[in-house]
Design a protein around this ligand. Sequence first.
Ligand code: CO8
Length: 258
Amino acid sequence: MNYNYLKTEYKDGIGLLTISAPKSLNALNSTILGEISDYVDHLPLHIRCLIITGDGEKSFVAGADISEMAGLDAAQGEAFGKRGADVFRKIETLPIPVIAAVNGFALGGGCELAMACDIRICSDNARFGQPEVGLGIIPGFSGTYRLAKLVGMGMAKQLIYTGRAIKADEALRIGLVNVVYPQADLISRAMEMAESICANAPIAVAYAKQCINEEYDLSADDAIAYENKLFGKCFATCDQKAGMKAFLEKGKAVFEGK
Ligand code: CO8
């Protein structure tokens, strides 16, 4: 599939998606959101881990496209917000892990895109923030929901009310990113992480993702029961048999995702 604003690469079961709109620091307009949605819908079945990054060394995604939003009325604003939120939810619920490799500005919709991914790593020049209130809007691609989940309500409120952008070291300290690398190493480190994920049983990884995502909003009893069901389902896979057999025979399992 050819896209105007996306560069796509595939290697050893890993997908690398690069958002590329350099003139606007990779800001997300409706067309780009549509392309990301299409890309996610048509992700090849052999892909076991996806990395999302931005083109260039300056910006991951500098937000939703302000020039597109400037003239919207309330109904159009709601529709635009829903469009982005739906795409990000698709990413969040993909049955494979998604790593955001944040290579610069992750502001507004860019920070929200990173937060829809399972794991965030970033370069040392990364900047995160939700500056929307300075534009007269609120985070509209599910940022009020996910930022509070990730960093706690107090810190989320501070960041969203002030609109202040934070540097990579502060993002690391508050738990918004897992690790910071020099810019030059970011993608190779993301690939290494993806490779270590791909070496594991894909159905088990998918179930683990499903459990962590779904259990968060459940009661303790419901969450534990949810995990128990999927734990049981693992024993219906060939990968469980292969993984445990290999361990007992002191070998290394090759997982087929069955
Ligand atoms: N939208 C459109 N264009 C943008 C955006 C953006 N978000 N960000 C940067 N650009 C453009 C600039 O206008 C500029 O274009 P031009 O060269 O034609 O003037 C070009 O990218 C380069 O930007 P700068 O010259 O400003 O580069 P600087 O290095 O000086 O500054 C910044 C970089 C700090 C990233 C600065 O560009 C900036 O502050 N950008 C806006 C950041 C922002 O506010 N993002 C949040 C947007 S709102 C949002 O994401 C809401 C999501 C939910 C939407 C819900 C819908 C209802």
